[in-house]
Design a protein around this ligand. Structure first.
Ligand code: C5P
Length: 411
């Protein structure tokens, strides 16, 4: 892959050298384009020796070759690391006063910025607005790490480790020859609930369900790969699914919950500024009316004590009714089994009309289908119950098909 590595002028520029070496070791051709300020921190010979390519900061260095256009058009991926506050502000304005900014305007491949600055600068409204604008335009701005900064201070703003930048940036393009991942959720915040809720009967027992969280996590990871900021509300995921979240190529913010009440609070909090909420979690319809503090004892000779149940709020129907943010797209799932009163699709259709969500993904469950498996098959219905899509395959493929349908509804 042909990668342009932009380096702007911050103390973290020395880590660009490690990133360059890593990308070269992975077999990529890398051309480094530093800003003038970056060369105050790391000398051009270092970049030239490690990349094996010339290094210049100016458009005037090879005028007949029209470098910026050739470099921009020929790149498969642009990574700017570190991206300083000043550099991002210049990119937002579309300035073209050096080789890096000019090349960025000519590039049509995925562009990744890895910011590094002090926490106060990262938190400043000007930087926040610039990052939001860049994301809206499709630039993938990596969240800075939290940790030791230039002085003795610590906090968010640290350049992520070179391995993490490389992994996240390369996940945007895939192997050479494959089409780049569409960044059609760039700048969007999406909330996905996954797993299954548990309702305590007493401190040791619960009413739960068989959802592993696999489909919800696939949705979260597919959205992250398409550029979204993802909040995953995770209800009792299976261990291997939790591991999958930890090792995913793009990070998601994860909120762990156990009960339906906790899930509702977490989804409503995260959903306040979300463009999309997807309720993929299997939510318990009922919970015990009361949960004693002590374990319920088995009394010899006495039968089981009845457990009185009360109805849980229907979170999906609530979200669809109130819309936490104007224009928010709300998506639900309907895990169905066919029976004498109707087919899977008929039950799904009735649910779509009842819930009021924009989309409902209907899938047949039971007999080894749906729960805990790696594949899924869904029919996507709109709020009126009309079929707007079909998807079958791995849960990630199904997730991408569902995001295709969601993207069409986004303003
Ligand atoms: O009614 P049913 O549980 O079959 O509906 C499934 C859809 O509704 C899923 O999207 C699930 O996350 C959501 N749901 C909910 N709150 C409930 C029950 C289900 O949000 N109490």
């Amino acid at each position: 892959m042909r990668i342009l590595l932009g380096v702007s002028g911050g103390i973290a520029a020395y880590k660009a050298v490690l990133l360059l070496r890593l990308l070269r070791e992975q077999g990529h051709a890398v051309r480094v384009i530093p800003t003038r300020a970056a060369l105050e921190f790391v000398g051009a010979p270092t970049f030239e020796a490690l990349s094996g390519e010339p290094v210049s900061t100016e458009v005037f260095d090879d005028v007949p070759g029209v470098q910026h256009v050739a470099l921009g058009k020929g790149a498969d991926l642009v990574i700017v690391a570190p991206a300083t506050a000043d550099f991002m502000a210049r990119a937002v304005l579309g300035l073209a006063d050096d080789l890096l900014t000019t090349t960025l305007l000519a590039a049509r491949c995925p562009v990744v910025f890895a910011p590094a600055m002090h926490t106060e600068m990262w938190d400043h409204p000007a930087t926040r607005a610039n990052v939001a604008t860049l994301r809206e335009r499709g630039v993938h701005v990596i969240e800075p790490a939290a940790g030791r900064l230039t002085g003795t201070d610590t906090g968010p703003g640290r350049l992520p480790e070179p391995e993490d930048i490389a992994r996240e940036a390369l996940s945007l393009v895939g192997p050479v020859g494959t089409p780049p991942q569409p960044q059609d959720l760039a700048g969007r915040h999406v909330v996905v609930s996954a797993g299954g809720t548990r309702e305590l009967i007493d401190p040791v027992r619960f009413i739960g369900n068989r959802s592993s969280g696999r489909q919800g996590v696939a949705l979260a990871q597919a959205a992250a790969a398409r550029g979204a900021h993802v909040t995953l509300v995770a209800a009792n995921l299976a261990q291997d699914v939790t591991d999958q979240v930890r090792t995913g190529e793009r990070p998601c913010a994860v909120v762990q919950v156990e009960s339906t009440a906790e899930l509702r609070d977490a989804v409503r909090a995260a959903g306040a500024d979300a463009d999309v909420v997807v309720m993929a979690a299997a939510v318990a319809d009922f919970r015990p009316a009361a949960t004693p503090d002590a374990k319920i004892k088995k009394v010899p000779g006495q039968g089981p004590a009845p457990i009185e149940l009360v109805e849980n709020p229907d979170i999906l129907a609530e979200l669809a009714r109130v819309r936490l943010r104007s224009g928010q797209v709300v998506v639900g799932f309907a895990a169905e089994t066919g029976d004498a009163s109707g087919t899977v699709l008929e039950h799904g259709r009735a649910k779509a009309r009842r819930k009021g969500a924009d989309l409902i993904a209907v899938n047949a469950v039971g007999s080894g289908r749906g729960f805990g498996t790696d594949s899924n098959e869904v029919t996507v219905l709109d709020g009126a119950g009309d079929v707007v899509g079909q998807a079958a395959g791995s849960k990630r493929e199904v997730a991408d098909a569902l995001w295709d349908a969601v993207v069409k509804l986004l303003p």
